[in-house]
Write a protein that binds this ligand. Sequence first.
Ligand code: SF4
Length: 346
Amino acid sequence: MDALDSSTLRTEQPVRLHRPAPARPRAASPWTTDAVLALIESPFMALVQRAHAVHRAHFPEGDVELASLLSVKTGGCPEDCGYCPQSVHHDTGVKAGKLMALPEVLVAAQAAKDAGASRFCMGAAWRSPNDRDVEKVAELVRGVRGLGLETCATLGMLEPQQAERLAEAGLDFYNHNLDSAPDFYGDIIGTRDYQDRLDTLARVRDAGIRVCCGGIVGMGETRRQRAGLIAELAALDPAPESVPVNNLVRVEGTPLAGQAPLDPFEIVRVIAAARITMPAARVRLSAGRRELGDGIQALCFMAGANSIFYGDRLLVTGNPDVAADRALLARLDLPVAGAAAQEAAA
Ligand code: SF4
């Protein structure tokens, strides 16, 4: 499909179509959209084989990172992301909550660690936090790090001093996804633009925090636009250390609820392209994993995925349960990354 098919959208919450991204300088990268498209369009088995070779060269241990995600502040978000049930623009039944208190977060983080996670990601449904919010999240970061977990936060757009405060608190990663290719972005989100994303990513980098940045496939974008997303990610300088690839979760009440599912083999192709173009990154099989089934997930691991979101909930949508994930990794003889995970598995 060339662009989002408007017949699949709920008429009361239309997505704004074709809002152009502003012109901006781009880092020199060998991975142009054309080059990534050629990769994605290469014969499936050859593509997976090539990606697997790159993967083994950069991750010889072949382990899989387990990252747990907790929604520390749910719903009520003023942004209009067409895929997101937490937006106030969509009628999804998600209730807005307050920022969770430190003790509650620590209980969840300890449970994630006990289940084998090595990274704990905290998501808050904000357009951009205020400085008081940042101070509270900094407390959460210090607490979670004190448990021996890597920390990640996704809080929306940051000002430079906010990124610095989070860095001082010891935040290891900041997640801020590009979501899609620039020429599709305006079909999905109208309340901010691509450059806003890039600006926050630059501030995170400047503060010395590692970057977790990926996108979503299956939103009605073309294959070329999927290639465009990967090309944009690979052109970030330096490339993100973590690259989450999300398969759209079609949540009732969002404008994308009626979107036709993407061919799962296409997701494998995108994973392979991410691995080849960003060989040192942890490529994370993220939202929408439940819909893929064990066989496709195995192909994704073969093609270079080496991180998963782990836990029973993913912000406000479901995720494969912990026992099923551990069983799948064991069936595939895939070791779990991280000391905490190893202890839990012992
Ligand atoms: S994806 Fe994030 S920014 Fe967009 S509506 Fe959802 S919570 Fe808000």
